[in-house]
Design a protein around this ligand. Structure first.
Ligand code: NAD
Ligand code: LMR
Length: 330
């Protein structure tokens, strides 16, 4: 029995994510929550011939019920970017949305695993943590910022210049955060030997860091990545659920490093320093984070990548403080 709530289920990400999770046979109950349009989305998806039960929850009045008895809450609620905006420009609106939703989860399913998609992830995850702390139910092992799209892009963009690579199985550890230069792909530690020139590494790194902008520009005012994000979100949710059921699964994701202080030492030495949050490859287990996976061959990390980590760490520090200060003062 696995119960999943999607908060923001009627949105550009929420709808395809709900559909993909309806196809996940490990899920028995799917709660779809939004402040608009969700009854139609839930009625539509509920006709798909899999065994899970789909329920619709509309507006604040039904929020508590939507997040009661939930194992996993996924949050894609909030506004997306338009051309010319940074993810940080979304903070003003999305910070309050995430805070309110996490409060409801804390009160009604205090042991739920929470996966935050809403941007800016570098700040919304610290907000979620502060809310959980204030409610007395914080467990750093159960809180995740979803950065799977960066990992997905890394695999796919490598294939664009190396067609012999299988995009579906190539794994590139992507660490740091989820915005621009805070996204750091470690191409030197890819699961296949890539033989990339310095120019290719620089160009690929830049493309992975700013991949979101390509979609924002192409959508030309109609939002940001939704379909690839739904794919990435469904993959992350599936990994969390398989781990709940006892499988060993590894996913890079933005977590509180307090989830595994011992395991965090390597990434701190690599440049995360004293930061409280960082995206790292994580071994998932039944309770969320089982361990931070040690980078295999960290000595192979190039000077270019180390520099990128230090640039990321500086920006992340500001993003994290912004989230913490908001939650503490709101
Ligand atoms: P969207 O506008 O299409 O959908 C957002 C949905 O959230 C809407 O249905 C809206 O009604 C709902 N919503 C707003 N306030 C709510 C509340 N208080 N409770 C519940 N639902 C609420 O936007 P989208 O394209 O689906 O993007 C959603 C968020 O995901 C954005 O912040 C975007 O930047 C982010 N995003 C993150 C990643 C990532 O990799 N983490 C990738 C893509 C997009
Ligand atoms: C992405 O990486 O596609 C998302 O964070 C959405 C965005 O604003 O680019």
């Amino acid at each position: 029995m696995v119960s999943v709530a999607i908060l923001g289920a009627a949105g550009g990400i929420g709808q395809p994510l709900s559909l993909l999770l309806k196809l996940n046979t490990n899920i028995t109950k799917l709660h779809l929550y939004d402040i608009v349009n969700v009854p139609g989305v839930a009625a539509d998806i509920s006709h798909v011939a899999t065994n899970s039960e789909v329920k619709s929850f509309l507006s604040d009045k039904q929020l508590a019920e939507a997040v009661t008895d939930i194992d996993l809450a996924i949050i894609p609620a909030g506004v997306p970017r338009k051309p010319g905006m940074t993810r940080d420009d979304l903070f003003k609106i999305n910070a309050g949305i995430v805070k309110g939703l996490v409060e409801a989860i804390a009160e009604n399913s205090p042991k739920a695993i929470i996966a935050v998609i809403s941007n800016p992830v570098n700040s919304t995850v610290p907000i979620a943590a502060e809310v959980l702390k204030a409610k007395g139910v914080y467990d750093p092992k159960r809180l995740f910022g979803v950065t799977t799209l960066d990992v997905v892009r890394a695999s796919r963009f490598v294939r664009d210049i190396r067609p012999e690579v299988d995009a579906a199985t190539l794994r590139v550890p992507v660490i740091g955060g989820h915005s621009g230069t805070t996204i750091v792909p470690l191409l030197s530690l890819a699961s296949a030997k890539l033989e990339l020139s310095s120019k290719e590494i620089e160009e690929l790194t830049h493309r992975i860091q700013f991949g979101g902008d390509e979609v924002v520009a192409a959508k030309n005012g109609a939002g940001s990545a939704t379909l690839s994000m739904a794919y990435a979100g469904a993959r992350f949710a599936d990994s969390v659920i398989r781990a709940m059921k006892g499988e060993t699964v590894v996913e890079p994701t933005f977590i509180p490093l307090a989830a595994d202080p011992e395991g965090a030492k390597q990434i701190r030495e690599l440049g995360a320093g004293q930061l409280d949050y960082f995206a790292v490859p994580v071994e998932l287990g039944p309770q969320g984070v089982k361990a931070i996976v040690q980078l295999d061959g960290a000595d192979k990390v190039t000077d270019f990548e180390r520099k990128a980590v230090s640039v990321a760490a500086e920006a992340l520090s500001t993003n994290i403080n912004t989230g913490v200060n908001f939650a503490k003062s709101a």
